[in-house]
Design a binder for this molecule. Structure first.
Ligand SMILES: N[C@@H](CCC(=O)N[C@@H](CS)C(=O)NCC(=O)O)C(=O)O
Length: 244
């Protein structure tokens, strides 16, 4: 595990004229705590959202199997879950909340579409991912190193796949692609990126539009970077029967 930094960084604003305080703030980057890059789909989402926002951040990698790391994580993230973003006195330990925090912090980055109905649509499909698709998430866990050609998907997971294909197809038709909300990546693409990798890992057949969308996401430089790191990770879980 890499060392933790104290949450929040230097106190600010006590003496606005003090040069050392100002330079200290500038030197304190945001910290995103993540776990396995190969298995942790929520960490991938949070990390992509930070990249999309253009946030200056450092990664802290924790092993959730290490008891001392878990104890430290509990101090940092009351829910015991990662990803957790620590930035400028704020501690955010839920992926959707991280996305909303970043959208507020960096409105110019366009994590949420500018158009109000599109923004509402984007929030709705992000929420649907965050709170749903349990069958897909448990039956087809993210594993970036794996490939399962001809994988047999059971009916419950297929219903989730059908719903995702329907909502992607609708977005791609409404906003013109190549991303879910048009020409620019948004939080929705970060939320569904681990679904793209699952579809590739488990050889899920897709319509032409959705297959093109998957290709576009796999070309996103941040995705390429994360996947390279994931493939270089030494640890492998022998059995994985639920989303991690
Ligand atoms: N709803 C949470 C889910 C986060 C989550 O389940 N994270 C997993 C890793 S992907 C975790 O921290 N699990 C804790 C553990 O395995 O003990 C979010 O949106 O961030």
């Amino acid at each position: 595990m890499r060392a933790f930094r104290p949450p929040g960084g230097a106190p600010r604003g006590e003496d606005a004229t003090s040069a050392p305080v100002v330079s200290n703030i500038a030197m304190t980057p945001a910290v995103l705590t993540v776990s396995s890059k190969n298995y942790s789909s929520w960490c991938l989402r949070g990390w992509l959202a930070c990249k999309l926002a253009g946030l200056d951040f450092v990664e802290e990698m924790v092993s959730l199997e290490d008891p001392s790391a878990r104890a430290e994580l509990l101090l940092l993230s009351p829910s015991f879950l990662v990803p957790c973003l620590t930035h400028d006195g704020a501690k955010v330990w839920d992926t959707l909340a991280i996305g909303e925090y970043l959208a507020e912090l960096k409105p110019e980055a366009g994590l949420l579409p500018a158009d109000r109905p599109a923004r509402a649509h984007c929030r709705a499909i992000c929420g649907e991912m965050h709170s749903g698709f349990f069958n897909l998430r448990s039956a087809l866990p993210m594993n970036l190193k794996a490939r399962h050609p001809g994988y047999k998907v059971w009916a419950g997971a297929q219903a989730d796949i059908d719903r995702i294909v329907a909502l992607w197809t609708e977005c791609l038709a409404m906003y013109g692609g190549p991303y879910l909300f048009g020409r620019e990546l948004t939080l929705a693409d970060a939320m569904y990126a681990p679904v793209v990798t699952r579809f590739l890992t488990y050889d899920v057949a897709l319509n032409r539009e959705c297959a093109a969308y998957c290709r576009a996401i796999m070309k996103w430089p941040a995705m390429i970077e994360w996947i390279e790191d994931a493939k270089a990770e030494p640890s492998e879980l022998e059995e994985l029967d639920m989303e991690f």
